[in-house]
Design a protein around this ligand. Structure first.
Ligand SMILES: NC(=O)c1ccc[n+]([C@@H]2O[C@H](COP(=O)([O-])OP(=O)(O)OC[C@H]3O[C@@H](n4cnc5c(N)ncnc54)[C@H](OP(=O)(O)O)[C@@H]3O)[C@@H](O)[C@H]2O)c1
Length: 280
């Protein structure tokens, strides 16, 4: 297949470039393909003639979305509609990466694909609009707490703060499912190769709070977990609200007969031990 990746310089976009070897992949950064610009989209489609477009482009700064709602709705919402229209014209299928933040976090237990959405932030609203505008023939992959060793994510931030030796404060009243880009990409590609459409939750196994997660990272990295202390979300005074519980159950993945992703602790351990080996 010829696969066009938008948002190719982001952490998920880069993971596709790193991992996908058995298809022709064209990864475009924002400067090469701006998904909010119809001319930019049609030029890229003309050049690359994709069979599949995987949209990893997004405004992912949740607080910036809250303070710049128009920009957020444009990039995370309306731009997906532009991609869907042009994908349909050229006969390509569309994969939209979406988020746990489409839920309000009030459910007692993990969210299923069939649960009603109710975003509590502009980011969540804009990503939900993106899901709706992707169209009924698209594959919508909802994932959460995405991380890797490159890019701008909490794992990288925790490791940097541990190295600097300061005190780390992480919220203990928000739980979710950490998801590693390599595991995510692996499953997205299986779904793409099987022509799956509709909403599919894709996260690593297990769930945790950010506080517990930061302590686990400290342990895995050989640092003292006591460097990490808990704080409540409200104490941080951030512009956007976060769902208290945004754990996702990968129910459709099981129903479709795909294996579940590894537990997040196994992937974390694997990632950090490879990193330590590379350093030594
Ligand atoms: N990160 C998470 O925890 C998380 C959780 C759930 C779902 N997701 C979803 O996963 C997807 C990938 O996120 P990520 O973690 O890889 O985020 P990321 O590292 O912030 O990457 C997003 C990329 O999109 C690019 N972009 C922004 N505006 C664009 C535009 N108009 N046209 C084309 N590209 C544009 C950004 O470029 P610039 O940097 O130049 O702006 C960036 O390279 C997103 O759809 C996100 O909503 C992420």
């Amino acid at each position: 297949m010829r696969i066009l990746i938008t948002g190719g310089a982001g952490q998920v976009g880069k993971a596709f470039s790193r991992q996908v070897q058995n298809h022709e992949l064209f990864a475009c950064s924002r400067s090469e393909l701006d998904i909010s610009d119809p001319i930019s989209i049609s030029k890229a489609i003309e050049s690359y003639r994709p069979d599949v477009i995987i949209n990893c482009g997004a405004l992912t700064d949740v607080d910036k979305c809250e303070t710049s709602p128009e920009l957020a709705m444009n990039i995370n919402g309306h731009a997906v509609g532009l991609l869907a229209t042009q994908a349909e014209k050229c006969g390509a299928s569309l994969v939209q990466i979406s988020t746990d933040y489409v839920f309000d976090g009030e459910k007692d237990g993990p969210y299923l694909e069939t649960d009603p959405t109710k975003p509590i932030s502009v980011y969540g609203q804009s990503k939900l609009l993106g899901e709706q505008l992707a169209g009924s023939g698209a594959l919508i992959v909802r994932t959460s707490w995405v991380m890797s060793l490159d890019g701008n994510n909490i794992l990288v931030k925790i490791l940097r703060l541990l190295d600097e030796g300061g005190e780390l404060k992480f919220v203990d009243d928000q739980i979710g499912c950490p998801t590693f880009t390599d595991d995510l990409v692996n499953v997205v590609m299986k779904l793409v190769e099987s022509d799956v459409t509709g909403v599919v939750h894709v996260t690593n196994g297990g769930s945790t709070s950010w506080f517990d997660f930061a302590q686990h990272v400290a342990e895995c990295a050989g640092s003292d977990p006591k460097q990490v202390s808990p704080i409540s979300g409200s104490e941080l005074n951030r512009p956007a609200r976060r769902p208290k519980n945004s754990t996702l159950e990968n129910r459709r993945l099981s129903d479709l007969g795909f294996p579940q992703l590894p537990h997040y602790l196994d992937s974390l351990d694997h990632l950090l031990s490879n990193e330590n080996r590379d350093r030594s």
